[in-house]
Design a protein around this ligand. Structure first.
Ligand code: ZN
Length: 337
């Protein structure tokens, strides 16, 4: 069975039964760590090449990453892409992908908390988060050296920076050369989180020390309607990571760094954002501007310095984040390469 067929069957199957054949590649051990999660372990890896975790479809309606993932599978199946370093390929939420929805029961990308392994929440996304956490744990036991995790998404709305990376909160800063790598792959901005949040990229960073990012790669669109051209540098990076080679670029790209300074939570049913529905991510608001109205918290007004709004969404569950507020990070003095 080809890798492409494996993942197509994984998404389309009514019920998952026993998977006897998880695909084969010459010179590579293909290990199924969970349904829809394949480790590609080269039998003769380049010791200098780092391992990579590549995930797509954590949100089911974010199709561009699933198409990029498909390009990788096709290149692997055709022998055009050689596996030179360990890679874990993860297709996230198959039920939501098949339904063309962000999620079925609850937002999968808030469920990656190890404590939930002990709870028996039977919602579909809670079950899947447990499977994915255990699959990553298994993969990591076979890996040494630094790991890069790219969890690929697309945003619900336009963005002043269409392609940006969200860095989960961590005590350990991301090295400059990793930011540079993302810039070379066409990422235009980096947004650093200010506190723990239970996303997939936070899981691999927090529990395994991986260099992990939630990558927002443009805007949500149906299958076949994505313009993959702006994502070709990202595809080059994914291919280089699997091949265990370095990305060949001019080395001149740069990205703008932001850090989250606050967040607006939805506390009541009587909640609205004061922003236009179609406002772009990273739009700036001056002091005095109203950002949200909540029946319990009252009005949320910008104080002191201007803020940039990211991920505004009034239609979140109560107690969930409706808006992130960010400010630019002063550029590092030494960014030359
Ligand atoms: Zn997403």
């Amino acid at each position: 069975m080809s890798l492409s067929d494996y993942f197509a069957d994984f998404i389309a199957a009514d019920e998952l039964t026993v998977w006897s054949d998880a695909g084969t590649l010459p010179g590579v051990s293909v290990i199924e760590h969970a349904p829809g999660v394949l480790a590609l372990m080269p039998k003769a890896p380049d010791p200098a090449a780092g391992a990579t975790i590549i995930s797509a479809g954590i949100h089911g309606d974010e199709t561009a990453p699933i198409e990029l993932f498909g390009e990788l599978l096709a290149a692997l199946d055709a022998g055009q892409l050689r596996v030179g370093a360990p890679a874990l390929l993860i297709m996230g939420n198959r039920r939501a992908i098949a339904a063309g929805k962000r999620y079925i029961d609850t937002n999968l990308n808030r469920r990656f908390q190890r404590d939930t392994l002990l709870r028996d929440d039977e919602r579909l996304e809670c079950l899947r988060a447990r499977e994915l956490m255990q699959a990553v744990d298994r993969f990591m036991t076979d890996i040494s050296g630094p790991v890069l995790h790219m969890d690929m998404h697309t945003a619900i709305r336009d963005s002043r920076y269409p392609r940006f990376a969200v860095e989960p909160f961590s005590e350990t800063p991301t090295p400059d050369d990793v930011w540079q790598l993302l810039a070379e792959a066409g990422i235009q901005a980096g947004l650093s989180q200010h506190q723990h949040s239970w996303t997939f990229s936070h899981y691999t960073r927090h529990y395994h020390g991986a260099m992990s990012f939630t990558l927002e790669l443009g805007r949500v669109a149906p299958f076949g309607s994505n313009d993959l051209e702006p994502l070709s540098p990202m595809l080059d990076l994914l291919r280089a990571r699997i091949a265990g080679t370095s990305l060949k670029t001019a080395g001149r790209a740069s990205l703008v760094r932001f850090e989250v300074v606050d967040e607006v939570m939805r506390e009541s049913d009587d909640f609205s954002l004061c922003l236009a529905d179609d406002i772009a991510n990273f739009t700036e608001f001056a002091p005095g501007a109203c950002l949200a109205r909540d029946g319990i918290q009252g009005d949320w007004i910008v104080r002191e310095a201007p803020v940039h709004v990211v991920f505004p969404n009034a239609n979140v569950e109560r107690g969930a984040r409706a808006l992130l507020l960010a400010r630019p990070v002063p550029q590092a003095p030494c960014d030359s390469r």
